[in-house]
Design a protein around this ligand. Structure first.
Ligand code: HEC
Length: 149
């Protein structure tokens, strides 16, 4: 007799738990589907920061190595946003060859690289300032050439 009471209490407990889950799930799914990400805009003061290595070809080899190691898993070897991890990510990694990324200032890209935004990590504690500027200099070489489509 005693055991039976216990069992049924347990059942009630599980039923409640299931009900709570059932009520929560649609809410979670809906909020995920409708969660609008605001455009990622860097602060004006960051946009104006000057890249000490702008156009400096001597840092490109280092920039490329850093890119291949740290960024390619998401952004792809050529920067198209198609790295092996990209498929699982939402939002997708930015296409560094695109006009929208290439039209940003070095300072803006540097700020985004430093701060990060989920799912992209911020690199200000991972890479030195010099390494981050080298990466921005390298990203400039990924731009689609105007002749190619
Ligand atoms: C875990 C995956 C991941 C890694 C690793 C990663 N990124 Fe990203 N990156 C993203 C995603 C996702 C976005 C888009 C974020 C958004 O729009 O909110 C992004 C956006 C950016 C942007 C902003 C582009 C824009 O639209 O203005 C820059 C710049 C950037 N990444 C550079 C880098 C560099 C350089 C590295 C390597 C040091 C790197 N990322 C590593 C996932 C990643």
């Amino acid at each position: 007799m005693k055991t039976q009471v216990r069992t049924s209490r347990k059942m009630v407990h599980w039923k409640k738990f299931t009900l709570v889950l059932a009520l929560m799930l649609p809410g979670l799914l809906i909020s995920k589907a409708f969660a609008q990400r605001t455009p990622w805009v860097s602060p004006k003061i960051a946009q104006d920061a000057k890249n000490p290595f702008a156009g400096d070809r001597s840092v490109l080899a280092e920039g490329k190595t850093l890119y291949t190691t740290n960024c390619a898993p998401c952004h792809g070897n050529k920067g198209k946003g198609d790295g092996p991890a990209a498929q699982a990510l939402n939002p997708k990694p930015a296409d560094h060859t695109s006009a929208s990324v290439q039209s940003e200032t070095d300072g803006s890209l540097f700020w985004k690289l430093s701060e990060g935004r989920n799912p992209m990590p911020g690199y200000k504690t991972i890479l030195t300032e010099r390494q981050r500027w080298e990466l921005i200099t390298y990203i400039r070489t990924l731009a689609k050439s105007p002749a190619a489509k």
